[in-house]
Write a protein that binds this ligand. Structure first.
Ligand SMILES: Nc1nc2c(ncn2[C@@H]2O[C@H](COP(=O)(O)OP(=O)(O)OP(=O)(O)O)[C@@H](O)[C@H]2O)c(=O)[nH]1
Ligand SMILES: [Mg+2]
Length: 291
């Protein structure tokens, strides 16, 4: 049997979380067109007759400013040291030059890596060859695998490549496990994704979601969650005219949560001002964003 942990590494917005959800076969991670959507590590467990893979979706590696972003990047960099194999994910349409910032981190640590060229649906097939050539010269990858996470193209082949390079070992989790992330944290992610999808400009970056009530009764789970904003002026924007925005976030969030937990959900959202929460270590701890 093969068994090991596999991290998804790379710049923000290259499609790590989209690919993670494909590989795991369930929507656990938030996905949005905005960079820096993922803030924390999410694990997803895949068990096959060949063995077990524990995937880690991670924040993007970027030049970071501010307390929260520095924490996000150190969480992301843990995916270079503490795993059996890394998937360095790049964007076929944008990474025609090797990212020296990423490469610097990689060359320092020399992990086992598969290069995943994602978003191949956006380029011509012929444009792949020079890219493969360039990256092959930059690092000694175990393999280079082109995929389209959005179109679910070549994802099964990627899984086979991963198994090939995993160490032998016994599974760490029971075979029906999907994740070891607490359900509350997954619920927070599903709601936060809607903030990233529907709110404009800087607003999503100023928000966080914190579940503060959870009650299970027969086939219904009642959940109350706070949406944190940094300033009083942002509160009205999240609520929207006549409460329209927060209603939309709640109803779309609820659909994802019901799918994830497999039961009816009663979801109540409120907005709370937590002055400058992104710079406050104690509040980041409370959100579970810990390096
Ligand atoms: N065309 C195309 N778009 C993709 C593909 N994979 C992901 N995307 C899009 O790229 C955007 C970013 O996807 P994410 O999965 O959130 O990217 P990420 O790397 O997790 O981003 P961060 O969490 O911010 O680091 C979304 O709009 C996705 O729909 C792909 O294969 N093709
Ligand atoms: Mg992500």
């Amino acid at each position: 049997m093969k068994s090991g942990s596999v991290s998804l590494l790379g710049r923000p917005n290259v499609g790590k979380s989209t690919l993670f959800n494909d590989l795991v076969g369930a929507k656990l991670a938030s996905v949005s067109p905005k960079p820096q959507t993922t803030r924390n590590r999410i694990t997803g467990i895949v068990t096959r007759p060949q063995g077990q893979i524990v995937f880690w979706d991670l924040p993007g590696i970027h030049k970071s400013f501010g307390v929260m972003n520095k924490r996000m990047v150190s969480i992301a960099l843990s995916g270079l040291d503490s795993v059996d194999l890394g998937l360095w994910v790049i964007d076929a349409a944008r990474d025609s030059q090797v990212d020296e910032f990423m490469l610097g981190h990689i060359k320092n640590r020399k992990p086992s890596l598969i290069l995943v060229i994602n978003k191949i649906d956006l380029i011509r097939h012929d444009d792949l060859f020079p890219m493969v050539d360039l990256y092959q010269k930059a690092y000694d990858f175990k393999e280079i695998v082109p995929v389209s996470a959005l179109k679910k193209k070549n994802v099964e082949e990627l899984e086979q490549s991963i198994f090939k390079h995993l160490p032998d070992g016994e599974p760490l989790f029971p075979e029906d496990s999907l994740t070891d992330v607490p359900e509350r944290a997954l619920v927070e992610e599903m709601i936060r994704e809607k903030l990233f999808l529907y709110m404009k400009q800087e607003i999503p970056y100023s928000t966080a979601v914190h579940v503060d009530f959870w009650e299970e009764k027969k086939n219904l789970i009642s959940i109350q969650a706070e949406i944190w904003v940094e300033k009083d002026s942002q509160k009205g924007i999240v609520i929207g005219k006549g409460g329209e925005m927060i209603k939309k976030i709640g109803s779309q969030g609820r659909l994802d949560i019901e799918k994830l937990l497999g039961c009816k959900i009663f979801l109540e959202l409120s907005v709370k001002v937590k002055e400058g929460w992104r710079e406050k270590p104690a509040l980041l701890d409370e959100l579970g964003i810990r390096p």
